[in-house]
Design a protein around this ligand. Sequence first.
Ligand code: NAG
Ligand code: NAG
Ligand code: NAG
Ligand code: NAG
Ligand code: NAG
Length: 413
Amino acid sequence: MGKMKSSVISSYLVHPAILLFLLLLSQYSIEPASCASRVKFLPGFEGPLPFLLETGYVGVGESDDVQTFYYFIESNNNPKEDPLLLWLSGGHGCSSLTALLLEIGPLAFKQEEYNGGAPNLILRNQSWNKVLDSLVSSGDDGGVSPPSSFRSGGDAKQRRCPANKSNKRRPNVSSIIYADLPVKTGFSYARTELAAQRSDKLFADQAHQFLRKWLIDHPNFLSSEVYIAGASYSGIPLPAIVQEIVHANEEGIQPRINLQGYLLGDPATTRREANYRIPFAYGMALISEELYETYTSLLMTYWANDNNVQTALNVRKGSIGTWIRCNQDEDFKFDIPSSVEYHANLSKKGYRSLIYNGDHDLLVPFLGTQEWIRSLNYSIVDDWRPWNSNGQVAGYTRTYSNRMTFATVKASI
Ligand SMILES: *[C@@H]1O[C@H](CO)[C@@H](O)[C@H](O)[C@H]1NC(C)=O
Ligand SMILES: *[C@@H]1O[C@H](CO)[C@@H](O)[C@H](O)[C@H]1NC(C)=O
Ligand SMILES: *[C@@H]1O[C@H](CO)[C@@H](O)[C@H](O)[C@H]1NC(C)=O
Ligand SMILES: *[C@@H]1O[C@H](CO)[C@@H](O)[C@H](O)[C@H]1NC(C)=O
Ligand SMILES: *[C@@H]1O[C@H](CO)[C@@H](O)[C@H](O)[C@H]1NC(C)=O
């Protein structure tokens, strides 16, 4: 509100001195297009964070009216050389805090009875920003991160790859930006009613602008190899986001984003995934996992709504009401019926993709994923074989021409 008032004032008052005075006075109500702050401590976690966490807002859309909140966690290996991932949680409308605290980030909730206040956090043993022996690089070690065929560089026959550093051993960790997108997800908010509209295509536009502006504000990462990553519902908008970035790069829009490819876990793609649920739902012990997820979701909701947590994260006071994990209000317009054609377009241009699926996922069963990948008619360059983690089979993988790898993750949802 304060924000809107000050922009009205500035268009009326012409005296520069007064304007300057007003600007100085209202410093705290005027939000810069972007702002970022380093977070060293978090309620619920003992001691300083042993990794670099930055939070902030990036304004996108007309007059920056979509204020996009993000969490950035730097690779603890070699941030200058490691890839940069933009992570978008699915939903639709789920906060990326879901991925950070429940899936791939360096923090997790302590398993204990909840007794008020901000729930306690501990370090996660397997985090995508942390060097770990069990993560994949060029060996056959597996883990939650991409299988080796994806990590170990290009196929020599691919001439149209956007870039190749194929002989270099690829790092198995990355810096990750967890963005709350589309607008009204997590801590992100709109400053006008127009900016509050949500759809798959608006999401694609917002994510592309967000990344470009974030890179302008973080020039150290301008040369990093960029991957766009997400799971579940992200399977619909994410290929469109990647395509938008590709088009902007092709048009010469600066700065150029050093895009290499994308990763999708358990991705919704054709919106026909539900058809595979019944044939698949035979006797798998899913209930306990679902209950556990519900419980950790609840903890996350307590945590994110805690005043001290919001202060530590530099969330703007009063910018949103209650934080909810997934904003599934009915205003969302589903304007991308299927993302298969985007995949085809991107593979044609030589972008790498890793599509993985938990073999216990009921929402997006891997059978459905396999079906649309097959429909692309890519030839197989490395057929179905197990991939390993800590000496155990962690799933199966197959690599197609056009640099697409499919992998299953054993006993995972
Ligand atoms: C990480 O491993 C330690 C030791 O095995 C264990 O105590 C801890 O609970 C693990 N953390 C998580 C988040 O699983
Ligand atoms: C992951 O990367 C680190 C650092 O580059 C390396 O020490 C480790 O061996 C790698 N892990 C695997 C499985 O290759
Ligand atoms: C990239 O690939 C091209 C063509 O295959 C090759 O000539 C070049 O040396 C490669 N560059 C690197 C850095 O591997
Ligand atoms: C795929 O690429 C073609 C050719 O550039 C384009 O006409 C088409 O609109 C693209 N598909 C999608 C879904 O954007
Ligand atoms: C794949 O092959 C089938 C059968 O030959 C064909 O009907 C279909 O159009 C092809 N799909 C693509 C994307 O080329």
